[in-house]
Design a protein around this ligand. Structure first.
Ligand code: SF4
Length: 332
């Protein structure tokens, strides 16, 4: 059976990851808080990047109550560098909701979990199956890719279709292990490139392998052109302090501190122009020309000592601007 072969393979080949510790109460179930934090961190982020963040997080916030009590600035600081900061803000908001409205007990079904901020259909199913043993399928990008090859699904791979194909293979009472095994297979064997079919436990069930058309699945997507934004960054330095602003509570870098960015400036800049700084987000690329200005930028903000700047949460883009500033100071 597909599920038996997959689970056997998983048992022998699973990676030892810090969030894969079983719950104290039931050896085959996981701690929901750890599953939740790891699943949110792993969205759009590689396992090797997440591991140190996850370990630091657990040291700072060992359980849900401790995390809910934490200051948002502290949360964002720990998240610094992981990107997609909305994930951290939603995680925090949801933890506070669980404490206030559910007596610090996380909902146990995928349906109820999905009502919390930042928890979508995949994450809710992952938590419900891994931590509470609910028989639900969790379909992420890895599972979609594996399914597209197993069942030769051409074109767009919808979650609905993947679930319809996989549900007949879901072993009752073992959905957590089944979900995780499929994801592991996608991450380590049935990878986007250099597929290792020779070591795959599902060869005999895999339609693409049997027909020798693995390279055709998933069907290639048309790459969208990513917009490129150009901005000026105002770097105002007074003695050993720089002017920083905390970004609004909404938007992509909400709550983080950074240098004021302008779409355009009225006159040719008077200050020293530092080397351009580039950064790529999922939906756009940005190039910032930092200007060492002698005029304090308009708007709210604070002068922060360069020695204390590490206590604030800055985006990767702002760290790059800061690095250029430090280089300029060293060369003065
Ligand atoms: Fe993926 Fe190859 Fe296994 Fe099929 S046989 S599931 S293509 S690794």
């Amino acid at each position: 059976m597909l599920s038996t072969d997959l689970l056997k393979w998983f048992e022998q080949n699973k990676r030892d990851l810090p969030w894969r510790k079983a719950s104290k109460a039931k050896a085959y179930l996981r701690d929901p808080y750890r599953v939740w934090v790891s699943e949110i961190m792993l969205q759009q982020t590689q396992v090797k990047t997440v591991i140190p963040y996850f370990n630091r997080w657990l040291q700072a916030f060992p359980n849900l109550k401790a995390f809910a009590k934490a200051d948002l600035d502290e949360v964002l600081k720990l998240w610094e560098g992981l990107g997609y900061y909305r994930r951290a803000r939603n995680l925090h908001k949801a933890a506070q909701l669980v404490v206030e409205e559910h007596k610090a007990k996380m909902p146990t079904s995928a349906e109820e979990l999905a009502k919390l901020p930042g928890i979508g259909s995949y994450t809710s199913a992952a938590i419900a199956s891994l931590a509470y043993g609910e028989d639900v399928l969790a379909v992420d990008g890895n599972v979609k890719r594996v399914a597209s090859r197993l069942f030769c699904i051409a074109g767009d791979i919808s979650e609905k279709e993947v679930k319809a194909r996989l549900v007949i293979h879901l072993p009752k009472g073992q959905a957590g292990a089944f979900n995780e095994a499929l994801m592991e297979l996608g991450a380590t064997v049935c990878t986007p490139k250099n597929v290792a079919c020779e070591t795959c436990p599902l060869q005999k069930y895999c339609q693409a392998f049997q027909k020798n058309v693995v390279a055709d699945f998933p069907s290639a997507k048309i790459k969208k052109k990513v917009p490129h934004k150009m901005r000026f960054g105002l770097v105002y330095l007074k003695k050993d302090k720089v002017f920083l602003q905390q970004r609004d509570d909404s938007g992509m870098l909400a709550g983080l501190w950074g240098f004021p960015l302008l779409e355009e400036i009225e006159k040719e800049p008077k200050g020293l122009i530092l080397p351009d700084v580039k950064h790529a987000y999922t939906h756009f690329k940005i190039t910032v020309t930092p200007i060492l200005t002698k005029t304090k930028p308009k708007g709210n903000g604070e002068l922060v000592s360069l020695n204390n700047i590490e206590t604030l949460a800055l985006s990767t883009l702002d760290h790059k601007i800061l690095d250029e500033l430090k280089k300029a100071i060293e060369h003065e």
